[in-house]
Design a protein around this ligand. Structure first.
Ligand code: 4FV
Length: 268
């Protein structure tokens, strides 16, 4: 898969993609990442890429012409490239979108700066607008890195074994179950016995139940979207019957999560 990144700060992308899994994926040629400096597509001697907003107001807006030249240069090489503009106004990014994008061959990631890009850039060049979260960054670059990471790990051969991506998908839209490794006992906190039983069906049942319970406690919104099997529904009944929330068998971390995130009672 090819990623073209349109940015005013190409050097931001040098180190994140040198390390670990993505670094190896680049070495193996599974992904190609090319940064394109929008400023290289200015034609004036001051290489101006932004200007004041029509109608007044604070900040600067990225000019359409340099971005248009850069997009047409990319499209002249790869007409089928799929262009994503990273913006808080975009569709909330999630695993489903990551899976959809992983089926494309060439993504162009347009990184905004200042107050964002001129509206004509969206109209003329953005095939899709994506937000990585309801907060404001100084630029779209970090959002582009998030997209590249989440999409690349779904590509065949990028993760150690493709099973782990399937594992992801198996737990599609449920939170992960608690993970443990040695030591068995750390400061009095022990690993659940079932995980040392070698009984794989009991282990996967435990994991499924833990994933369902943790999702129910921390992200009930995800549970409504999850495709629950009949077995899952039975497990949910067990969870709801002896509702851990009120008999103290709640996992310490989930208890804290609940306490910390208890509905902030509206003032007054
Ligand atoms: C953002 C986000 C984001 C907005 C103004 C760049 C900044 C500046 N991008 N998800 N959240 N972008 O905050 O994607 O131009």
């Amino acid at each position: 898969m090819k990623f073209d990144i349109l940015t005013l700060f190409p050097d931001m992308f040098s180190s994140p993609f040198q390390e670990s899994i993505l670094g190896k994926a680049i070495e193996k040629g599974l992904i190609q990442i090319r940064t394109i400096n929008i400023r290289d597509f200015t034609t004036d001697k001051h290489h101006v890429v932004d200007d004041t907003p029509y109608g007044g107001g604070q900040g600067m807006v990225m000019k359409v012409e340099p971005i248009a030249r850069a997009m047409e240069w990319i499209k002249s090489q790869e007409p089928s490239a799929w262009t994503i503009y990273l913006t808080p106004q975009g569709k909330p990014f999630n695993q489903e979108i990551a899976r959809d994008l992983s089926s494309k061959s060439h993504l162009v990631l347009l990184c905004g700066r200042y107050e964002g890009v001129d509206e004509r850039v969206r109209e003329l060049f953005a095939d899709e607008e994506i937000s990585i979260g309801d907060y404001v960054l100084t630029g779209g670059e970090l959002a582009a890195m998030v997209i590249i990471d989440a999409v690349s790990r779904l590509l065949p051969g990028v993760l150690g074994s493709d099973r782990s991506a399937e594992e992801d998908s198996f737990f599609r839209s449920l939170l992960e179950y608690p993970q443990y490794t040695r030591p068995f006992n750390f400061r009095g906190s022990e690993v659940p016995e079932v995980l040392l039983s070698g009984n794989h069906s009991a282990i996967s049942l435990w994991r499924r139940k833990e994933a369902l319970q943790r999702t129910w406690i921390r992200r009930p919104d995800l549970l409504t979207k999850a495709h629950l099997s009949s077995e899952d529904k039975k497990l949910m009944e067990e969870i709801l019957q002896n509702n851990p929330k009120d008999d103290g068998r709640l996992r310490m971390t989930d208890k804290e999560f609940l306490e910390k995130n208890a509905q902030k009672k509206p003032k007054g």
